[in-house]
Design a protein around this ligand. Structure first.
Ligand SMILES: Cc1cc2nc3c(=O)[nH]c(=O)nc-3n(C[C@H](O)[C@H](O)[C@H](O)COP(=O)(O)OP(=O)(O)OC[C@H]3O[C@@H](n4cnc5c(N)ncnc54)[C@H](O)[C@@H]3O)c2cc1C
Length: 468
């Protein structure tokens, strides 16, 4: 049971200047930033080894004005990126936060690559919905496991202590909200206390807490959660008890393309480059280019709560660039056939309906007619044999609402004043995805994990130095 208790009279046998709870992207980036700013830092992680939702992700970090973009001649700026973020979120984000995070995104990615040798490349060849420039930076494998591995390597090189099997259960705070330390529980049930001068909450959102989900995002009742199950909303609960303001708790990243029953992410790149989704009747039901987050509920609303991604050899080759997709092939999730009729047979779809749907998209790709869902099919080749299909469902990937922070990642009270020594980033803090399901611009998750993580680490180090 998580909670906040009075610090008065509590002893901490060990104390560190900067303490970080959570060893995902946010926690590890915060630790690197605190270390670089000259502070001693310790990371506490509940799992036997750090992974988090970060390791489940495609590892795509959006950033504007990076050295990698410059090398490839991509003309992007924080202002262009901020406009994309705000457009997707219907202008519902705090503009100052969007501006500040987008401005810092390029320098943070450059710092991770150049200073800490985290192996990221610029992802080219397709754009996710709402991005006007190639600005995704990811491991070559497009695998979050490789991102975590790179961050952990950097933490090890810096000799940063990452203590695993350490679930923080309790915060101890003074009456003014200053956190004096934490209690953690070991797998054998034993408890340890660690004091701190500044605390970074990097323990993500509440996707793994059914009660909080039912309370804040009731539309997801019964939906699958495909994020890290250890993210149980501890940061939110502690923050609320400390008097922190919360924001956009109904916001989340869903995804409409999780292979079933294999539970493997099939990249939305396939939809962006010409693929489309049909339901069990072989009919399209939406504009796939609106975004994959809102598509989760649209897929769940179809018969049997499933859809089929339909695509072809060209897009299969694109899929092969993703480790997840290669895993889906190994798991037998991907079906293919030389004709649409045979594909329909393999998938148990009505052949006549699927033939008609494919033919319609081919006509649209040729520039004839307009799509009733408003999608533009031109600019990409029409699908051609051999054809491919994969059965998918919609799922919750992570929550995007959380603690309100300022542009230095300081957690704010309801009156707008910062708590004395509490920082938050990643899934623990409110993201840049507006208020609901459709404000999520691809990459918003790792954007705030890395950028707010870096800001939190630096601010924590400054607080320690200034004795603040
Ligand atoms: C399948 C999938 C694909 C995705 N792809 C992308 C993508 O390509 N790009 C993108 O931007 N976003 C993506 N996301 C979202 C992205 O993964 C998250 O937004 C991001 O990883 C959040 O980082 P974090 O550090 O805040 O949380 P996490 O990486 O989840 O780390 C939080 C850590 O805190 C630990 N923890 C929790 N509670 C405690 C406690 N009480 N004590 C100690 N430790 C605790 C957890 O065990 C966990 O390791 C994806 C998500 C999923 C599920």
């Amino acid at each position: 049971m998580s909670g906040v208790l009075p610090a008065a009279g509590v002893d901490f046998p060990l104390s560190v200047p900067v303490l970080v709870i959570g060893g995902g992207a946010c926690g590890l980036v915060a630790a690197l930033a605190a270390y670089d700013a000259g502070a001693e830092v310790l990371v506490l992680e509940r799992d036997p080894s750090p992974s988090g939702s970060t390791a489940m992700s495609s590892g795509m970090i959006p950033a504007a004005g990076t050295a990698l973009q410059a090398l490839r001649g991509v003309n992007d700026t924080p202002a262009i990126m901020a406009a994309d973020v705000q457009a997707k979120a219907h202008g519902e984000n705090d503009p100052a936060m969007v501006e500040s995070i987008c401005a810092a995104s390029g320098p943070v990615v450059d710092w991770l690559v150049q200073q800490h040798h985290v192996p990221l490349i610029l992802v080219e060849g397709f754009l996710y919905p709402g991005h006007s420039r190639a600005r995704m930076h990811a491991p070559a494998s497009r695998s979050g496991a490789d991102l975590i591995a790179g961050l952990l390597r950097a933490a090890n090189t810096a000799a940063i202590d990452v203590v695993c099997d350490a679930t923080v259960t309790t915060l101890f705070a003074d009456t003014d909200g200053r956190v004096a330390g934490v209690e953690l529980q070991r797998p054998d049930g034993s408890a340890e206390r660690i004091g701190c001068a500044a605390l970074v909450l990097a323990c993500s959102g509440f996707g793994g807490n059914a009660e909080l989900l039912a309370c804040h995002i009731p539309e997801l009742k019964g939906a699958m959660y495909y994020g890290h199950t250890g993210n149980r909303g501890d940061a939110l609960l502690w923050g609320e008890q400390l008097g922190a303001a919360t924001q956009h708790l109904g916001a989340y990243q869903g995804h409409g393309s999780l292979a079933m029953p294999h539970a493997i992410l099939i990249s939305w790149a396939l939809m962006m480059e010409g693929g489309f989704q049909v339901n069990a009747n072989g009919e399209r039901f939406s504009c796939e280019h609106d975004g994959y987050s809102e598509q989760a509920m649209r897929v769940i609303a179809q018969p049997g709560a499933i859809a089929w991604n339909i695509y072809d050899e060209r897009l299969h080759q694109l899929g092969l660039e993703f480790e997840d997709y290669r895993d889906a092939i190994k798991g037998g999730a991907i079906r293919s056939a030389d004709s649409v009729e045979r594909l329909a047979e393999f998938c148990g779809l009505p052949a006549a309906a699927l033939v008609a749907t494919v033919a319609e998209t081919q006509t649209l790709a040729a520039g004839q007619g307009s799509d009733r869902f408003g999608r533009d099919f031109t600019g990409r080749p029409a699908l051609a044999a051999p054809f491919y299909a994969v059965k998918v469902t919609g799922a919750l990937f992570h929550t995007q609402g959380g603690l309100r922070v300022d542009t230095d990642a300081r957690v704010l009270r309801s009156d707008g004043m910062p708590l004395p020594n509490l920082l938050a980033g990643g899934g623990a803090a409110c993201g840049l995805s507006g208020q609901g399901r459709d404000g999520y611009l691809s990459g918003n998750g790792l954007l705030t994990a890395t950028v707010l993580g870096a800001k939190a680490g630096r601010t924590a180090a400054e607080l320690v130095k200034s004795g603040g």
